[in-house]
Design a protein around this ligand. Structure first.
Ligand code: GRF
Length: 224
């Protein structure tokens, strides 16, 4: 980095599984639509495919085994303190949960207040939690979708940054709907990060305002 280059926003991606959202973030960085760098990818699962994806792109990918922390009353906090140490070592500015199947505690949430995002495959506040595509179909929803939000201590509860709507089609199975929602996830997560990198997100209570976004256009993503 030359003395003149601005410091890039440093990201950490926390994941437990296949890492397709990580891939979308990597692709956006490599494709020039996201000005940031991934400082570290961290998983609680040794065999998470996302770790391999990161390594293929030369990104540091670490597994932090939860086992040594288990069985103590503050096991979740203790684990998060170890995570925090890693995030600080890698000088992370923004933490991204991307299929991270562990509830983060106040240890991380307080340190990264309004600096930690999550992606969830429903239109929150409908259907927090797990198996949400199946729940949307069973509920008879006509529109499903995904949400990028800041992380607070309540699961899937934090201020909403971007949402994308996806129609529920006749005869949809949870897997088919999930696949179409995932395509939208891969659009909105890098976009939300880029808006953050540009300093355009302002959190006021539950509301996130986005500087420079005009009138809503008809469409299925907002802000685009
Ligand atoms: C995505 O559907 C995301 O919304 C949810 O977990 C899934 C992770 O998928 N939080 P991937 O590991 O990014 O492919």
């Amino acid at each position: 980095m030359s003395a003149e280059s601005p410091r890039l926003l440093r990201l950490a991606v926390l994941l437990s599984g296949r890492g397709s959202n990580l891939q979308a973030i990597i692709d956006a960085i490599e494709g020039g639509t996201l000005s940031a760098e991934i400082a570290v990818v961290l998983s609680n699962k040794q065999d998470a495919a996302g770790l391999e994806r990161a390594r293929k792109h030369g990104v540091t990918a670490l597994w932090l085994d939860p086992k040594p922390f288990a069985g103590r009353p503050d096991s979740r906090e203790a684990y998060d303190r170890a995570v925090l140490e890693i995030l600080q070592k890698y000088e992370v500015d923004l933490v991204l949960l991307a299929g991270y199947m562990k509830i983060v505690t106040g240890v991380l949430v307080k340190t990264y207040e309004n600096r930690m995002m999550n992606i969830h495959p429903s239109l929150l506040p409908s259907f927090p939690g797990l198996d949400v595509q199946k729940k949307a179909i069973e509920h008879g929803c006509k529109i499903a979708g995904c949400t990028v939000h800041f992380v607070t201590e309540g699961v899937d509860e934090g201020p909403i940054i971007i949402q994308a709507a996806v129609p529920v089609l006749e005869g949809d199975t949870p897997d088919r709907l999930a696949a179409r929602i995932l395509e939208q996830e891969h659009q909105v997560y890098p976009r939300a990060i880029q808006l953050y990198a540009e300093g355009r997100l302002k959190v006021e209570g539950r509301r996130v305002t986005v500087a420079g976004i005009g009138e809503a256009t008809t469409g299925f993503r907002y802000p685009t």
